[in-house]
Design a protein around this ligand. Structure first.
Ligand SMILES: [Zn+2]
Length: 649
């Protein structure tokens, strides 16, 4: 029989205006007292005995429970008589405690997968207590918990913190699994006793084992009218219920160097760690949304012996502190300390191994997905290298390449990102604003696309057509219509082998052959995909294969896509054209060439050539399109999408 204790003695002085004379645990949240929400959660997870430690206006609570027949479980109200603090209240009821019990504070609204929490507590057999902890959006003025790599609590850092000190962003959220016997040394101590201030630090002082369960699930106190309103609106919107880890979660995996902080080769000290512009704002947007944020970073500096795990922890503490100053936090940080190549001076030999966690392996994504119950198909990875993009492809995440750090020009793997945006802030805007809007549009126009159809998506370079194609594929897949994308840019010729004009840049013959085979296919076809290496301006082998089933929809995306549509002679082909404001497009083209190492003049001259040979030619092909999608990109990247219909659908 599982036992829980609810600390229900609070007066709720700050909530008086909302209580109408009721004690704090009975404050209304969307038509039900807070206490009832808590009891129903406990009941759901098999707690059949609940001790209610009551004090202020105890009779109201007793009567409320009685009028609900104790919800069919064993509920015992114990009146402490005097206020003794959180721990003191429990000592008053010491003889009624089970060997192990759960503690819930009477002023918190929570939705926690209690079974996961208990399993975590039991996974370390000697744990005397497990505290539910989470990052918050104001760590600089919070009491913080420090843990080691096995989640053992090693220190408490009460507020105020010393100027210039960096800590992990972990806060005691007021939910505990406790062993009764571990509390024995203090059970007869008189007076007010608080778990956070008195008992946990004392337990640590006696070498007891305290563990921290770090979870992004909902747990918030409702002790002021403002907080109560926030909790109520979160409850009504369903956000609280969706946070329970028994439900699948959506996540954004974020690479560290070159995405969050400035790329510094072999970064090994907090002094070198500097956030990129707008990163705090970006992560705060994700934090405030319902996406879980997970940092996944390769740190071979540890294996090389250039950065100790302790120094790496300090670097991450600085990252969390800097983010915290902007109200942002990440739910988890995973790093791979390994490196596969042995035989260097100063290396840590045992870390020089082939591991599963070093990206593009997906060990870190898998671990996070288990720990946070992540639905990878609804999740994202944001990175600056082909390593991150391949990790995303292997793990089944949507991948977003940012043009900070290496900007995808690391040349390691031949992989095409699903989406490309300027930086992390634009990535957050894309995930939260643009993607849902584009999906809504694709849901609408995707209705006319049936299995086995071809969709040709043309547009000038950097007009947003590949991001659009990615959204279309997602939307079609979501509706049970499997779709694949052929990016025509994969078939660019080597710089030296190019013919005239736009078409001369591509291996159009091979592409036409492939499309012709695809139109006639009766069984699955596996394509070995080439890739054009933009940095070295030559064709290479990507190693990626694409399996195309007979019923798959084939999305052909690229500047010259619409030229192929006519030659193909297939019945069900759709011709769509994507465009953006020409000034914005020019800016994007210039930026891309600058990133690829061209000078301003060279970039300008390429742009002018492109405007002469590509623009009129491609815009003429737009006349063939049945749908023109105008993506108006706003201040950051919030586009207003208009839908143009040229001919009848
Ligand atoms: Zn590893």
């Amino acid at each position: 029989m599982k036992q829980a204790v609810i600390l229900a003695g609070g007066k709720g002085t700050r909530l008086q205006e909302r209580l109408n004379g009721l004690p704090k645990p009975l404050v209304d949240i969307a038509g039900k007292p807070l206490l009832e929400h808590q009891i129903l959660l406990l009941k759901r997870f098999g707690y059949s005995e609940v001790l209610l430690l009551v004090n202020h206006r105890a009779e109201y609570i007793e009567n409320y429970c009685a009028s609900n027949n104790n919800w069919g479980i064993g509920i015992h109200c114990i009146n402490e008589g005097v206020a003794r603090g959180t721990a003191g209240a429990i000592f008053s009821a010491f003889d009624l405690l089970h060997e192990e019990f759960l503690v819930v504070y009477g002023d918190t609204m929570l939705e926690v997968d209690l079974q996961r929490f208990e399993e975590f507590h039991h996974s370390y057999p000697n744990a005397d207590a497990t505290l539910f902890v989470h990052p918050n959006d104001h760590p600089h003025d919070s009491d913080l918990v420090e843990i080691n790599s096995t989640s053992l609590i090693t220190a408490f850092h009460p507020y105020p913190h010393k100027e210039g000190s960096y800590f992990q962003n972990l806060v005691n959220a007021a939910l505990y699994c406790l062993k009764r016997d571990a509390l024995k040394p203090w059970k007869d101590t008189p007076g007010l006793l608080d778990f956070g201030k008195d008992i946990f630090p004392a337990m640590l002082g006696q070498w007891q084992i305290l563990r921290a369960y770090n979870s992004p699930e909902y747990i918030k106190d409702c002790g002021t009218p403002k907080r109560l309103d926030k909790v109520t609106s979160d409850y009504v919107s369903g956000r609280i219920e969706r946070s329970g880890l028994y439900r699948k979660q959506k996540a954004v995996f974020i690479d560290r160097d070159g995405v969050i902080n400035k790329e510094v080769s072999h970064l090994n000290s907090p002094q070198q760690f500097e956030l990129l512009p707008n990163v705090g704002k970006a992560i705060k947007r994700l934090t405030d949304s319902e996406f879980r944020t997970v940092v996944v970073t390769n740190q071979p500096v540890v294996a090389r012996g250039e950065c100790s795990p302790e120094a790496l922890q300090e670097i991450h503490n600085k990252m969390e502190s800097l983010l915290g100053q902007e109200g942002a936090y990440v739910d988890r940080i995973y790093y791979c300390p390994h490196h596969p190549d042995k035989g260097f001076e100063g290396e840590v030999t045992e870390l020089k191994i082939q591991c599963d966690c070093r990206k593009p392996n997906i060990g870190m994504v898998k671990q996070a997905s288990t720990e946070l119950n992540i639905d990878t198909a609804e999740s994202w990875i944001v990175g600056d290298t082909s390593v991150d993009m391949l990790t995303g492809e292997r793990a089944g995440l949507h991948s977003i390449l940012v043009e900070t750090g290496y900007a995808g020009l690391d040349g390691r793997y031949g992989v095409v990102p699903n989406f490309i945006v300027p930086d992390l802030n634009a990535a957050a805007a894309f995930i939260l604003d643009d993607f849902p809007k584009l999906i809504a549009l694709c849901e609408k126009i995707g209705k006319q696309v049936n299995t086995r159809d071809f969709v040709f998506i043309g547009g000038l370079s950097r007009s947003g057509k590949s991001n659009f194609a990615g959204c279309l594929r997602h939307s079609l897949n979501h509706n049970g219509k499997r779709a694949v994308i052929l990016q025509i840019d994969r078939w660019l010729h080597n710089e030296v082998d190019r013919g005239d004009g736009v078409e001369g840049r591509y291996n159009t013959k091979e592409l036409a052959d492939i499309l012709s085979v695809l139109t006639k296919r009766k069984e699955a076809i596996v394509l070995e995909l080439p890739i054009y290496d933009k940095l070295n301006r030559r064709v290479s082998i990507s190693g990626s294969r694409l399996q195309i089933e007979p019923d798959d929809i084939v999305i052909v995306e690229g500047t010259i896509a619409l030229l192929f549509a006519d030659n193909l002679g297939v019945q069900n082909s759709h011709k769509w054209f994507v465009e953006i404001d020409e000034n914005q497009r020019s800016e994007r083209v210039l930026k891309e060439y600058r990133l690829r190492g061209f000078s301003d003049e060279e970039a300008q001259s390429i742009l002018i050539t492109r405007q002469q040979d590509e623009l009129p030619f491609i815009m003429k092909s737009a006349e063939k399109a049945s749908i023109r999608v105008a993506l108006h990109i706003g201040e950051v990247t919030a586009p207003q999408i208009t839908f143009q219909q040229q001919n009848s659908l």
